[in-house]
Design a binder for this molecule. Structure first.
Ligand code: UFG
Length: 324
């Protein structure tokens, strides 16, 4: 049985679907603070909070958990700067509680959702795993703290883990059952789609004076199904090799904010208002992953390499959701 902590959220729910399709038994643990009950369409469900030890323990008592995938975290950079306590409590304390219960029940395999935000401002592009980790906001800091905790728990308790450092997750289940639904929504792609569908009056571009090809920030968009798939490869690696490691997950290509907007315009065949505004604090100009290590070691290969296909899956999901 695989425990998917945060399995009612965006990436966790896609992992749950893929794991189930591949024949794994799953149980989702989620407090539904940012996740959605209707995203738990596969496996079993334990409603609980990571700050409540008894709720975590009771889930482990009810299911024979063999490995844990941990997606549950607050993940908004700006919010983390304004409300760091919320981030340290949920992302750090919550994870420590989970690891403690795993120890109590002798569960030794852990897959952790880390982030490219642990690298801070990139010194070189593409970013590989040996790049210095110097986060510039509390969100990235909380993820790096857990990476450090895991290293120590491996040494002391034999816990084997994989840190998966995501770049920009995007897209949706191509069958349209689940997708990206955040409250509040701050991510570029769902906001552009909302503008194109007439649900928002405009899309704002945060900064047009970056040293990039069109002046806007460049990001490495990776399809959520490819992220889900990497978790399964990581799980297999842990089971076979019993060795801890860290991997970047991205496509290795960068797209600017303007390119994302233009691609949505093309797919949606609709015009909408674009407003150019100043930079958002803490945004690095370019983030592009080198995912060579994941490809070579985990035998992971992203299936959705092209931005248009990634955006199409997101567009279709939003369209389906709105017509319900
Ligand atoms: N952007 C806009 N307008 C918007 C929203 C975003 O121009 O309305 C721009 C941002 O400034 C950025 C790009 O679009 O340049 C992508 O922004 P997102 O908010 O979609 O994603 P981020 O790159 O900021 O964040 C992602 C993850 C975080 C992670 C971070 C690492 O969502 O969890 O990468 O830097 F921490």
């Amino acid at each position: 049985m695989i425990l998917i902590v945060g399995g009612a959220g965006y990436i966790g729910s896609h992992a749950n679907k893929l794991l189930t399709q591949k024949g794994f038994e799953t149980v989702v643990y989620d407090n539904l603070s940012r996740g959605h009950r209707d995203f738990v369409k596969w496996g079993d469900f334990c409603e609980g909070d990571l700050l409540n030890m008894q709720q975590i323990r009771s889930c482990f008592e009810s299911y024979r958990v063999e490995a844990v995938m941990h997606f549950s975290a607050f993940c908004l950079v700006e919010e983390s700067v304004q409300q760091p306590e919320k981030y340290y409590l949920n992302n750090v304390m919550g994870t420590l509680n989970l690891l403690q219960i795993m120890r109590e029940f002798g569960v030794k395999h852990f897959i952790f959702s880390s982030t490219c935000a642990t690298y801070g401002f990139p010194e070189k592009i593409p970013i590989s795993e040996d790049h210095p980790q110097l986060p510039i906001n509390p969100y990235g800091q909380t993820k790096l703290i857990i990476e450090q905790v895991l290293k120590d728990y491996d040494r002391a308790y034999g816990l084997k883990y994989i840190n998966l450092r995501y770049f920009n997750a995007a897209g949706a289940d191509p069958e349209g059952e689940i997708g990206e639904r955040h409250h509040p929504e701050t991510h570029l792609l769902p906001l552009v789609i909302s503008a194109a569908m007439g649900l928002k009056p405009e899309i704002k571009i945060f900064g047009t004076d970056y040293p990039t090809r069109d002046g806007t920030c460049i990001r490495d968009y990776i399809h959520v199904i490819d992220l889900a798939d990497a978790h399964i490869q990581a799980l297999q690696y842990l089971v076979n090799q019993n060795q801890s490691d860290s991997f970047n997950l991205g496509n290795g290509t960068g797209h600017s904010v303007r390119e994302v907007i233009e691609t949505v315009r093309k797919i949606g065949k609709r015009d909408f208002k674009v407003v150019e505004t100043g930079r958002r604090e803490g945004d690095p100009p370019v983030l592009i992953s080198s995912s060579r290590k994941a490809m070579e070691t985990l035998k992971w290969k992203p299936q959705y390499e092209d931005l248009e296909t990634i955006i199409e899956t997101a567009w279709n999901w939003h369209k389906k959701r709105l017509s319900l």
